[in-house]
Design a protein around this ligand. Sequence first.
Ligand code: ADP
Ligand code: MG
Length: 698
Amino acid sequence: MVQHILDTPIEYLKGIGPSRAEMLRKEIEVSTFGEMLQYYPFRYVDRSKFYNVSDINSDAAWVQLKGKITSIQTIGAGRTARLVMTFKDQTGEIELIWFQGIKWIKEKVALGKEYIIFGKPNLFNGRFNFTHPDIEPEEEELIVQNEPLQPYYSTSEKLKSRGFTPKSFVRIMRTLISQVHKFIPETLSQELIKSAGLMNRTEALISIHFPRDPRSLVKALERLKFDELFFIQLQLLRLKYIRMEKVKSRIFGTIGDHFNDFYRKNLPFELTNAQKKVVREIRADLGSGKQMNRLLQGDVGSGKTLVALMSMLIALDNGCQACLMAPTEILAAQHYKTISNMLNGLPIEVSILTGSTRKAARVDLHNRLESGQLHILIGTHALLEQKVQFHNLGLVVIDEQHRFGVAQRARLWEKSEVPPHVLVMTATPIPRTLAMTLYGDLDISVIDELPPGRKPVKTYHFYEKDRFRVFRFMMEQIEQGRQVYMVYPLINESDKLELQALKEGIDNVMRYFPIPQYHISIVHGQLKAGEKESEMKRFVEKKTQIMVATTVIEVGVDVPNASVMVIENAERFGLSQLHQLRGRVGRGADQSHCILMSSYKLTSDGRKRLETMVRTTDGFEIAEVDLHLRGPGDLQGTQQSGLVGLKLASLVKDEKLLKIAREFAYRTLDEDPHLEKAENQPMVKYLQRSEYDWGKIS
Ligand code: ADP
Ligand code: MG
């Protein structure tokens, strides 16, 4: 049943029909009137303006040219075929190139006729050309006359072959808007629209397709971006309000023997000021009676584990158990070791539970957990199993948050009648805008200081020709007692080529660093957990000097004696991954080094990534560069953000608007926490209609 005209299937729009509707659904994911309305132009063209071929001097701008085709040629055959045309105006010639839809375009174009082409010039071998330009016969009438800004919709060769040219989208939008414009619901309260100075939604949706003038386009964009950002914030803050109101948690008012004894007797070093500040913030949360939901951000090596431990000790002091969940077995094992060591001599029971814990040990562990004998449980996803029941779980710490979703967090809650406090730790620095969007429902603490005495890791960029210099350098470091990581980009663990590269790399290293003088650990995803563990262990125990690995060592592994990180094919890694990898060294008192090996062929983004790594060790700065280079959808660990549903707004460019939207979301909920007021009903309706999948945003 169609509830609203905007939910009408797009096949019912005049001129579309079922089979073209199917094509739209497949190619641009548009299946209803409403979705089509949100298929926004990706640019606007001043169709009255033409360029000369001789004026083309940059590969940045979109241009429109008028002229003739003087030659048409198909080069190559099959999958490598391309269509090359020469286009000529009074001032010069330029090539037009197609790799797809060749047959269709060839049929459409005739020699000697006037055409208007539109596209973005590329510089190739010192000359400009156009690949896949838009090409229309000159006499074809402009659809929108008297309107300086003509919308331009992106389309594909496939769509074009079914008649969906950029121009036909203009016709579709005209038809669509004339049918639906009276029924577009407002989504904000009049009050908010007024005080934020926004355009109303109907006008904005019309103007974004057919702007009267540049100003109305700006206002339309502002309004529609505002909606995208505002509703995300409203949802997140509503979650937060509901939790604050409904979810009462235990009050941990006592700082007792566990915490104090540890602090006095076992603390191996002075806390950094940043650690002290964060511990204070956590103490305040735990004592407040509200459930803590705090995100702890801190660069690799900033000492988050200690903060986690001290928080857990507060839970213990108040008669509760605590658990710490890590994303991999290696990390869980490491946390277990670190924490057991730190608690040495104190009457605190700690255990570890992972997928490879044996049955008998498991049964024993379950029993001790349920009786309350066990105080701290460390583990992997295995902690989420139904069988794992706590006596009295008071605090959950989740390390490396981005690998766990909201749903999993919720499953840990269920392990206690009173929801436990939650501390989420991440070493992936997240730019503020992204944090607000992804973790808007959490409070945020930041450790912005490394423990004293750390020397920033020195970073270099080398090419294959420097290989033996690099090997010699590794040798020198090993002679001084240091250890070395070598990491290969095995992004897809089953990719044959990548595996091949890893094998060749290993052979190469083994030849240069032969047994018995040298020993090498090899760790990759195809090893069994037990094998991985024992290889790691040999490295940790200094039985091996070199660890050749894939990115499985990326997070959390702590071997302070390792002072060299060599990253092979570094250009293939993302920035945040490079930063994580580099964080494996520089953990001890010695000067550490990170060597980025790359091929000579670098894309401009690849070069920028390597330059950034060489220039700075500041995780937040790196995260900002990453966000600008890749856009939020691709940031490591935040793939979910693609689901947030941002069509127009950018977390990079619209930081200001995001803050305003968040401010208004706060204000709205402060005045009307349950969104009950009549004037806020449009928002409620919109939230109910909106298809965002909130479960996927963590
Ligand atoms: P991360 O934040 O990456 O999880 P860790 O908790 O693993 O960092 O800490 C990194 C290293 O720094 C560990 O070896 C830890 O013992 C040490 N460390 C933590 N806090 C301090 C401190 N205040 N002073 C000196 N060393 C510290
Ligand atoms: Mg850690």
